[in-house]
Design a binder for this molecule. Structure first.
Ligand SMILES: NC(=O)c1ccc[n+]([C@@H]2O[C@H](COP(=O)([O-])OP(=O)(O)OC[C@H]3O[C@@H](n4cnc5c(N)ncnc54)[C@H](OP(=O)(O)O)[C@@H]3O)[C@@H](O)[C@H]2O)c1
Length: 280
């Protein structure tokens, strides 16, 4: 990958919803960190902030001396994305995470607030050290171009501006390959693929499972190694199941050969025209 984003991270959506699951969810994230995951994705939206508390507890248990090696991604809600509220939302997230800095802070999806306002807030947060980098999520090609144009107008150098765009991308949602992914690659911007297992559906897809088995992989592993095949896309599968967390992590080591990719194209054809960005 061209920028400093690991190829695989752990998603956390739906964690923090039930107090009774707190300990097992902390254990799941801790297990991921021990296995070698170096990116954790969360958001203020998830469980109304309780998910960030789960992530914070796991990071604490993993040890402060490891903090520098882990990329923590969180997201501001569009309704909070004004110049002022973005800053207070970030401070609340930092409190829940028990951190001094969020590594990558994303605008979760479009907001009614002008991009310039959100970008100004991101700049302020960066200057005060509360975030390292910022990015966007659920932005299709035109929206991303507009966001980048505003950054340019504000005199922000490309290497300091939007780091990534987190979007739905999987074998079941190949739309970004048509124009979004090429546009991002042209700017050397990695794509962060959410829901890379199709919410788990791909793990039990019969044709994918048969192909994966012939390659000595599970269907989930094949789905993930496909997502990260270019080295410019990061996948953030979510799991609270220890064995699956280990299984998913191993997937990124497998390079797929041209004939294997062709076999996957026959099951999940690539897009032939522009498709509006799918959103979950
Ligand atoms: N920016 C956005 O708008 C946005 C939107 C959606 C998601 N996200 C992020 O992306 C992350 C991942 O997406 P997602 O959670 O929607 O879906 P996902 O990662 O595609 O799938 C998660 C589901 O797959 C199951 N699973 C995981 N590994 C498996 C394996 N090896 N075999 C069988 N089943 C497996 C999980 O079950 P168990 O947990 O029970 O193991 C869970 O039910 C989210 O958690 C969140 O951090 C961001």
């Amino acid at each position: 990958m061209t920028t400093q984003i690991p190829l695989i991270g752990l998603g956390t959506w739906n964690m923090g919803e039930r107090r009774a699951s707190f300990v097992s969810e902390v254990d799941a994230i801790l297990h991921a960190l021990r296995v070698g995951y170096r990116l954790i994705d969360t958001a203020e939206l998830y469980a109304d902030g309780a998910c960030e508390q789960v992530v914070g507890a796991a990071l604490k248990a993993f040890g402060r001396n490891m903090r520098d090696r882990i990329t923590v991604v969180s997201k501001v809600l569009p309704s909070n994305a004004s110049r002022k509220q973005t800053i207070t939302a970030c401070q609340r997230s930092l409190d829940r995470l028990g951190l001094e800095q969020i590594d990558v802070y994303l605008l979760h999806w479009h907001s009614r607030h002008p991009y310039a306002e959100t970008i100004e807030a991101f700049l302020t947060l960066q200057e005060s050290g509360l975030i390292k980098r910022w990015g966007v999520s659920n932005f299709d090609t035109d929206d991303l171009a507009q966001w980048l144009a505003v950054e340019k107008q504000m005199g922000i150098a490309p290497e300091k501006g939007c780091l990534t765009n987190q979007v739905y991308y999987s074998l079941m949602a190949r739309g970004p390959e048509f124009d979004l992914l090429p546009a991002m690659q042209q700017r050397d911007m990695p794509l962060m693929a959410y829901t890379p297992l199709g919410s788990g559906e791909l793990a039990s897809h019969p044709e994918l499972a048969a192909l994966a088995s012939s390659m000595g992989l599970t269907a989930a592993q094949l789905a993930l190694s496909w997502v990260v095949r270019s080295g410019r896309v990061c996948a953030i599968p979510k799991s609270v199941t220890l064995a699956r967390i280990t299984e998913n992590f191993a997937a990124v080591e497998r390079q797929l050969a041209a004939d294997e990719l062709a076999a996957m194209d026959r099951i999940f054809p690539p897009p032939r025209s522009k498709q509006p960005l799918a959103v979950i």
